[in-house]
Design a protein around this ligand. Sequence first.
Ligand code: ASP
Length: 440
Amino acid sequence: MKKDTLITVLILAGLVLGAILGQILHVNLAEGEALNPIWMDLGDIVLIRPLKLMVIPLVFLSVVVGVTSIGDPSKLGLVGGSTLVYYLSTMLLAVVLGTALVSTITPGDTLTPEQQLELRESGESEYQQQGKIQTASSDAEERGLGGAWFNILEQVIPTNFFSELVNGRTLGVIVFALLLGLALAACGPTGEPAVRVFESLFQGMMRLVLWILWLTPAGVFFLVTGTVGRIGFESLIGPLGGYMSTVLIGLGIHGLVVLPLILWILGRTNPYRFMFRMRKALLTAFGTDSSSATLPVTIETAIDEGGCSKRSSNFVLPLGATVNMDGTALYEAVAVVFLFQLYGIELEFAELMIVVITATLAAVGAAGIPSAGLITMVIVIGAVNTSLAGRGIEELPLSAVGVIYGVDRLLDMCRTVVNVWGDATGAKIITRLAPDPDPG
Ligand code: ASP
């Protein structure tokens, strides 16, 4: 068996075994008993931490190498501009799809009044218990929409490169790497030794990623066991089932129809074959729940198996893992509209438009880490509340987020797959604009 096939089989086995064991553990939990956190902790130690260790140096090296290999600033402008336009438009498409679906299926309206009340009460008490979520979401609410823009701007214009590195703020690292890459390319022969050092370090990092990939099956096993053990598959048929199905249907349509169609038209490539080739990255995204931690695997798979050029992948994928989140954007739209439905607050077309715009921004601002979307969703709720206040209508309490907190991780795994898939389609399409030079 080829190494690559073996690793895929092992990851799949990890996923399936984890799901089975998780469900067994879940049904054996006594009423009110919480699952032992050891499963998630093991997953963290075995896979997430080693992958995270790769992320920041890899983002830096990959962008410098990508930019210097493109070289010409006008070409880079074309590649960068097209990438951003592509990412923003696909995110908008995802949000519009999510908003249309949740408004048609109305998972919050179709519940009985008793179910609605029960969900609201249990959600609010869940919110009170989750100190971390409480602090993060009230911070996000306080900063509001203007603050969210400002936060992105501050990251784009950093003041201290090392503090960006230390704090893991990838956007600042990307910007600095981009500028350095441009400058090195402009230096001509004097810049070449540095470029060669970065290239060779980048190759070393890729080799490390290949080694770490062997940890994926075990890591995914622990993480899936922990998630399914805590939430259980029966949540899919509980009162939140309608909401969860709406998110999953939306992610399915976006990932399996919309993005493939775009890839087929713009990338002139067979989208499903490309999806199959990207399977290691997509499975890792599902298991780790983090597009940022998956980034090393995404870059390795896109270049070695997906047929994406290095020039495109090195630049487009780190940017994608930071700003492009189709799955998160779609999910935020569905979740927010669902919560308003659950609280019996009717949204008008103008408010749905606010959802579309702010959910896109909130997804750009979400970090590629577990549950980031759940926090930045507060920005969307805040913006809609402001519009409701103008009409003199009751607002949605922040604690409503607690309603969907309990089942979030399962949905997060699925939206992270769509996030990474969106990044990969971007790299494949941009490969047409920035192919690698012919080695011969
Ligand atoms: N977990 C997602 C990601 O890493 C972000 C989110 O939607 O919470 O891409």
